[in-house]
Design a protein around this ligand. Structure first.
Ligand code: CP3
Length: 337
């Protein structure tokens, strides 16, 4: 279906740029915090009706151009037979660090992979205004492997980086498994109604460029290729990885989403005839209030060409963001037309 988001992804000319916000359903919203007093994050994300309610919360408050399904990058992981909790980030009961552990992972049927997310996508699509796009998502193989190997979100992920050097074969095998699983999962999300999918490679930047080329690129590329061959629109997000941005810009993706460290006009000039871009206001600026948000958004719109640009933050919105800042962001983007 055609909407501002899919038009921008196709680099068609748009009446105005589309806007959505990473982590738009979450703790900065009073209505989300209220629900969280009754339900844990696990309960919310594993119940399709509740996940649909939370997905729609930001859309009911702001005229955003896309809804991202309320789930987590870890949602498909139980299907591999891996136990974990949120505390508040993912904590794996038994981290995967041996060949035996990788080989012991289940090989689930497609229907067994996060069925609650597929159900929530179908429910959400029915409720969503028709001009609002629906986004599915997954974690990139490397970012998922980071949690599975390290066991939790630890600064720099040292056990992961050690394994990458000492036992690259184990990681290759794990990344290959995750790459195949995620490709199928994304295609199923599109079949369930997602107009596009975002692949979150939040921990892309941990390896050197040459280690990344050898260990990560083949698996990420294979996943993106498989998804693209099914005509599913891909948004690839990387974070805190200035040394890899140019490599990511040449991967098979429709959109590259970057954080605030990156110079979008330069990237557009170099790669804008091939891919679209998403981003990249620093989420911390929104903490400063409506005025700095307005200024930063105006600056972004002035510097970045409208065609092939999806406005977003450079990373997830922070929990203590004032609602007025989000309002200001929406107003400036809407005023451009
Ligand atoms: O964007 C959205 O609105 C959809 C929901 C969404 C969540 N997680 C919900 C969530 C998305 C897209 C994610 C992706 C995700 N999860 C990423 C990639 C994006 C990024 O931030 O880099 C990563 C690395 C995770 C892993 C994860 N899950 C962490 C680190 C945490 C804890 C801290 C945090 O950032 O909130 C979670 C739990 C989680 N996932 C919460 C939410 C709303 C917090 C649960 C709560 O306490 O209410």
């Amino acid at each position: 279906m055609s909407n501002l988001l899919t038009q921008a992804i196709a680099r068609e000319s748009v009446s105005r740029r589309p806007l959505w916000i990473m982590r738009q359903a979450g703790r900065y919203l009073p209505e989300y915090r209220k629900l969280r007093t009754r339900y844990s994050f696990k309960e919310l994300s594993r119940n399709p009706e509740l996940a649909t309610t939370v997905t729609l919360q930001p859309i009911e408050r702001f005229p955003l151009d896309a809804a991202i399904i309320f789930a987590d990058i870890m949602s498909p992981i139980p299907a591999l037979g891996v136990d974990f909790e949120f505390n508040p980030g993912p904590e794996i009961a038994e981290p995967i660090r041996t060949l035996a552990a990788v080989k012991a992972l289940h090989d689930p049927d497609p229907e067994e992979v996060a069925p609650e997310v597929i159900a929530a996508l179908k429910l959400t699509q029915k409720e969503l205004p028709k001009e609002t796009a629906l986004l599915g998502f997954c974690g990139a193989p490397w970012t998922l492997a980071a949690y599975l190997v390290e066991g939790r979100g630890k600064n720099g992920f040292p056990k992961l980086r050690a394994l990458a050097r000492t036992e690259p074969k184990i990681l290759h095998l794990l990344l290959e498994r995750l790459s195949k699983l995620m490709a199928r999962y994304l295609i199923r999300q599109a079949e369930a109604g997602a107009d596009a999918v975002q692949i979150f490679d939040s921990w892309a930047g941990l390896l050197s460029r040459s280690d990344w080329e050898q260990l990560v690129r083949p698996h990420l590329e294979a996943m993106l290729d498989t998804v693209g061959k099914s005509n599913v629109r891909r948004i690839l997000f990387l974070q805190n990885a200035p040394h890899l941005v140019e490599a990511y810009a040449t991967l098979p993706t429709d959109v590259l989403a970057v954080d605030w460290r990156e110079n979008l006009p330069n990237l557009q000039a170099k790669y804008g005839d091939r891919i679209a871009f998403q981003g990249n206001i620093d989420p911390a600026i929104l903490i400063g209030g409506a005025e700095p948000t307005r200024t930063a958004t105006l600056e972004l719109l002035r510097q970045v060409k409208a065609t092939g640009h999806i406005v977003n933050l450079g990373h997830g919105i922070l929990p203590d963001t004032p609602i007025e800042s989000v309002q200001a962001l929406v107003e400036v983007v809407h005023d451009e037309s």
